[in-house]
Structures are given as C-alpha cells and as structure tokens.
Design a protein around this ligand. Structure first.
Ligand SMILES: Cc1cc2nc3c(=O)[nH]c(=O)nc-3n(C[C@H](O)[C@H](O)[C@H](O)COP(=O)(O)OP(=O)(O)OC[C@H]3O[C@@H](n4cnc5c(N)ncnc54)[C@H](O)[C@@H]3O)c2cc1C
Length: 381
C-alpha cells in the first residue's frame, strides 16, 4: 500500500538521519528519493564531523551530534569512522587573536582545543611544513565515509520498518483542508499525514508546490583529489575563520583511507553562483587554482603529486547559514534543509529535533535558531 504515517523526501544524510530517528518513534516511514541514496551532495562530501570553529549558538547541539556518530561507529561494524582531529592554520596575529576567541568559547563548553606553535604542529602533522605562524588543534573532529554513513542510517531505519523508494521524484505536496495528505511522485501518489522535505537544494521547489517559499539557494561545493599517496596527512587541516559553513576563506584538506588527498579552498570570487539545482555545473578554474595554491603553501612536499579528479555538487544555503528545521505551512509539513556545507556535522541532531517535534517533546538544545519561518518573521540573526 502506498501509505505511511510519515513521508520523508530525500535520502541524503539529513533525510536518512530523520528516517532513522522518526522510525524509532514507532511511526511508519516511507522515504522517497529521486536518484539513489547519498547520490547528491552527501556522497560528494568530505564528511568531517566537527565542533571546532562552528556556530557557537549550536555548540551543545554539535557536541550531541558528535557523540551520536561515535555511538553509531561503536554499534555498527563496517562503518568507516576515524577520530583524526583537526588543525586550523593561522598566518597572522589577527588570526591568532580570532583563534583565541574560539578556544575560549569552546573550552567554556567543555571542549579542549589548543593553540600550537609550529614545532608542536609538525609533531602532529609532519608534512605540514608551510610558513604558518601557529595552528589550533582540536582532537574532537572525526571523518566518516559519506556513502557508508548514509547507508548505515538507512539500514537502521529499515530495520525499524521504514521503506525506501528510489528513482521517484516528489512533484507536489498534497494538502486537503489545510492538512498534508501525502505527495505526488513520478511513480504515483504516496499518502501520509506528515511530509518532511529533506531535499537539500531542491527543498524550496517542492515546498513552493503548497505556496511555502523558503530562502534556500543552491551553491557550488567543489573538491579536488590527488592520485593515491602513502598515508601521510593524518588530520583534517583547515583555515581559521570566524563563522561556520563553507563560505569565503574556507579550506579543507584531508587524506582518504584509500590514500587520495582531498582538498578545497573557497576564496572570494572563486566560485560562481548557481541558480538551478538540476543544472550539472563544472568546477571553476579559479577554484582549482586557489585550492592548489593553498595546498602547496601548507604542504610544499606534495608539489610533484598528480591530480586525479575534481567534482562539484550543490549544497543548500540560507541567508544566515543555518538549517531550516521544523514545521511550516499546512499542518503536517516539515522541512529540514539549508546545510551551508556542514550537514554531516548536524544530521543526526536534526533527526532528533524532528522526532521530538512530532512527539511534542522539548529538545535538549536550542531549536528556535532553526525555525523555518524566521526570515519571514524578520527574526534572523
Ligand atoms: C566537497 C564537499 C565537502 C564537504 N565537506 C563537509 C564536511 O567536512 N562536513 C560536513 O558536515 N559537511 C560537508 N559537506 C556538506 C555536506 O555534504 C552536506 O551538508 C550534506 O550532505 C547535506 O545533506 P542533505 O541530505 O541535506 O542533502 P543531499 O545530500 O543533497 O540530499 C538531498 C536528497 O534529496 C533528494 N531529493 C531532492 N528533491 C527531491 C524530490 N523532489 N523528490 C525526491 N528526492 C528528492 C536528492 O536527490 C538528494 O539525494 C561537504 C560537501 C561537499 C560537496
């Protein structure tokens, strides 16, 4: 029967985490995915789970999320998870000052970031020999294999009765007398009392079918990979920046378990904007140049290493770089999108927030900052 209590649109990491959390409440769940699970931005991710230099209002939420990924790793074999820690390089006194602010803020929340001199940095990351002034060190960061992460969450949801339908695009939310009654899909209608749109950058399109207009726009998220190298980069290396999200000034460098070095640097004007989430974009030339320059500035010893590939996907961005999570519009409609390039760091917590909202339970962390109506009400940060 094409009916479930809750219909989740999207099987990226956010939809998968929601399906897992909601099916644990005892509700029947149907997941509708237009492609394959993890086939959009989630599978293209570097998938670092971090509490370092993120939005300080979200820290308790991020800590909870971090613990859930570690618990998933402890529970499930075959899940690639490494608590490798994170270094954020600092080039100037200004950046060191800004780093001190983050260290103080995170320490006040019980975390243990440190400020390291170059000699101590080389001890942790011997190949990082570029001329940096200092770095922050947070042992708290982990990386996961993004495809396996999505798969594990979906398997846990399916073990609790959730069903998934792939290659079916939800084309409209159906509403009767002000209440959601399901979705139309390219493979026929699916009935449900609750519809949760976790469609990444496509979320706004589907919400518009019931006149709900969300301030989400697609943004290119790009990456480069070298050919396989002996394992030599041990941590996630990033730039120091003053706010969360993958905005201007962002750098991320890490080595996959297969040996490829994965890296990206986003500088001003380095990335063209995107309008249509269905458009298949190309990697920007200036992005390639900026990324290689930053990589070799930090790791000059890799100057002769060959590039293997590049890729680009669309992440979903909101005006304040925070997710939209919760009910909006007709009764029974929920959204969970607007990752700003940090969805793995938040996905399991978002599942928890939605499950709490369905159960009418207070969440243990702030949820007003994710209110999907905040821009319409002029309440954005
Ligand atoms: C290079 C790169 C590096 C990154 N590094 C990190 C990192 O280190 N840490 C981190 O936390 N995040 C990182 N991110 C961002 C992270 O990958 C995203 O924030 C996260 O994957 C978003 O998940 P999502 O489920 O919201 O979106 P998606 O993965 O886009 O999932 C949405 C799904 O919904 C489906 N869908 C949409 N509309 C419909 C419809 N109408 N009908 C049916 N299905 C539909 C889509 O097909 C898609 O599968 C990175 C991203 C990239 C590209």
């Amino acid at each position: 029967m094409n009916r479930a209590k809750v219909v989740v649109v999207g099987a990226g990491v956010v939809g998968a985490a929601i399906a897992e959390a909601v099916s644990r409440t005892g509700r029947s769940v149907r997941i509708i995915e237009q492609g394959v699970p993890g086939g959009a931005v989630s599978g293209a991710s570097l998938a670092c789970i971090s509490t370092h230099m993120q939005d300080k209002e979200e820290l308790p939420f991020l800590i909870w999320n971090r613990d859930q990924w570690a618990a998933l790793h402890a529970r499930r074999s075959g899940f690639e998870y490494a608590r490798c820690g994170q270094l954020r390089f600092l080039r100037s006194e200004d950046e060191i000052e800004s780093a001190r602010y983050w260290i103080d803020t995170e320490t006040a929340c019980g975390l243990e970031p440190e400020l390291l001199e170059p000699e101590a940095i080389r001890h942790i990351e011997p190949m990082l020999t570029g001329p940096i002034a200092a770095a922050t060190w947070s042992l708290d960061s982990a990386v996961v294999n993004p495809f396996l992460a999505v798969r594990m969450l979906l398997e846990d949801a399916q073990a609790q009765g959730a069903q998934i339908q792939c290659h079916a695009r939800a084309t409209a939310v159906r509403v009767e007398h002000g209440c959601v009654v399901g979705v139309d899909t390219t493979r026929g209608p699916v009935d449900g009392d609750v519809v949760i749109i976790a469609g990444g950058p496509w979320t706004a399109q589907l919400a518009a079918s019931v006149d709900v207009h969300l301030p989400i726009r697609p943004r290119k998220a790009q990456c480069l990979a070298t050919v396989s190298q002996p394992l030599s980069i041990r941590t996630v290396v990033g730039a120091c920046k003053s706010e969360g999200g993958v905005g201007v000034g962002y750098t991320q460098i890490q080595q996959s378990m297969s040996g490829q070095i994965l890296f990206n640097t986003v500088l001003a004007n380095g990335v063209e904007d995107s309008e249509d989430p269905d458009h298949v974009p190309e990697v920007d030339r200036s992005f390639i140049r900026d990324s290689i320059e930053t990589f070799l500035f930090l790791f000059p010893g890799f100057a002769d290493v060959e590039l293997l590939r590049s890729w680009v996907r669309h992440e979903a961005v909101t005006p304040d770089n925070r997710f939209l999570v919760g009910p909006i519009g007709p009764t029974g409609l929920f959204v969970a999108a607007g990752d700003g390039g940090t969805g793995f760091t938040r996905a399991i917590g978002i599942g928890r927030v939605i499950a709490d909202q369905l159960d009418g339970r207070e969440s243990p962390f702030r949820t007003d900052i994710y209110d999907p109506s905040r821009f319409a009400r002029g309440l954005q940060a």
